[in-house]
Design a protein around this ligand. Structure first.
Ligand code: AHM
Ligand code: MG
Length: 348
């Protein structure tokens, strides 16, 4: 059987991201345009960051990441540039009242009466820049909880993932793509760098029910619990009906690993281990946006025990184990995790 095409039908070829966002908002009764303009701002910031990422290879030649460039000016690191770009664009846009960023210890509260709170990892996987591996931006958008006539507060950011109004990511890879969801469906856009426009390239992304690839840092296996070790051993066993053994793929750049998993199916896991008992990845700006996208695409997202989107957010930089992927593959992970619970009596 032919796999379903990821590309848009002829009637949708040539749709830009801005048109797509506008069309989606027309379907929301009572929309004020604030949410639409916030998404436009995120797309603009992504294009600005993309331009800088594309210059990163010139670092040693022109000094983009060195101490001083050829003009003798101090040069910033790319993750700081990405952070400042997003914050400047969002502040100027006037729709955002609160920002949590991986790059900043504390939240930022732009002045004005913006009605949305944004969580973001402006440049995830930035340790990969030096070797030309894909990196990305991750974002989540919440409706403000506090009264928009007064100051925003951290509670506007500490909301559970199930209350996200939109989430997305940008992957700066062999091409640049922006993938976003407002909860019902997931759409991907590819940047045409010659004109600086994102065009719909992946309409209504649906993750396969089961995949044949697993993605995790097996170098950590000595620190994993027994059930996680048994789960990976299970994936490597021979069993034709369940497509085992699975293939391993691990870039070490969340956006790249998650993007591949979303398109091809399978599972990505960054479980807890005895070095990081709460997991490594961050709930607000890494796990929640991807959990929201994977669920909207028909997948699942859990921390091994709970649905990611139901976890209470208590701190801006809270960590969580993260398991995302095809529903059947995540269900397998959960089955192994349950088998380790006291009294389960199971030997999965
Ligand atoms: P970062 O936010 O410091 O870039 O770290 C997050 C990255 C993710 O992109 C990736 O999934 C993970 O860390 C890889 O971790 P490890 O090197 O431990 O496998
Ligand atoms: Mg990160």
């Amino acid at each position: 059987m032919q796999p379903p095409s990821l590309h848009p039908p002829a009637s949708k070829v040539g749709i830009t991201l801005d048109q797509h966002i506008a069309n989606q908002m027309e379907l929301s009764p009572g929309a004020t345009g604030h949410f639409t303009s916030l998404l436009y701002q995120i797309a603009l910031a992504a294009k600005l960051v993309d331009a800088r990422v594309r210059q990163a290879g010139l670092a040693d030649i022109l000094g983009y990441t060195g101490e001083v460039n050829v003009q003798g000016e101090q040069v910033q690191k790319l993750d700081e540039v990405a952070n400042e770009t997003f914050i400047t664009v969002l502040k100027r846009g006037g729709r955002c009242c609160a920002i949590a960023s991986e790059e900043l210890e504390d939240a930022v509260f732009p002045e004005g009466t913006g009605r949305y709170a944004v969580t973001m990892d402006p440049l995830d996987g930035s340790s990969n820049i030096d070797c030309n591996v894909s990196i990305g931006t991750i974002f989540g958008v919440y409706r403000r909880k506090s009264d928009h006539h007064g100051p925003a507060d951290v509670g506007d950011l500490l909301q559970p993932g199930r209350d996200l109004r939109a989430a997305g990511y940008v992957i700066y890879g062999s091409s640049t793509m922006l993938v976003y969801s407002t909860g019902k469906s997931v759409h991907g856009f590819t940047l045409d760098p010659t004109i600086g426009e994102f065009f719909l390239s992946h309409d209504n992304i649906r993750i396969p029910q089961r995949g044949s690839t697993f993605s995790c840092n097996e170098g950590n296996s000595i620190r994993w619990d027994e059930s996680t070790r048994r789960w990976v051993a299970y994936l490597k066993e021979q069993h034709k009906e369940t497509k085992r053994p699975y293939t391993a793929r691990y870039v070490g750049s969340l956006v790249a690993d998650a993007h591949r998993t979303l398109l091809k199916g399978g599972i990505f896991a960054y479980p807890a281990d005895n070095k990081s008992p709460q997991g490594k990845l961050r709930l607000l700006y890494e796990a929640n946006p991807f959990a929201f996208i994977f669920e909207a695409a028909g997948g699942k997202a859990c921390d091994g025990k709970r649905r990611i989107l139901d976890i209470d957010a208590k701190e801006l930089h809270q960590r969580t184990p993260l398991v995302i992927g095809s529903p059947d593959d995540v269900a397998d992970f959960e089955r192994f995790a349950r088998s380790s619970e006291p009294g389960s009596g199971s030997s999965t």
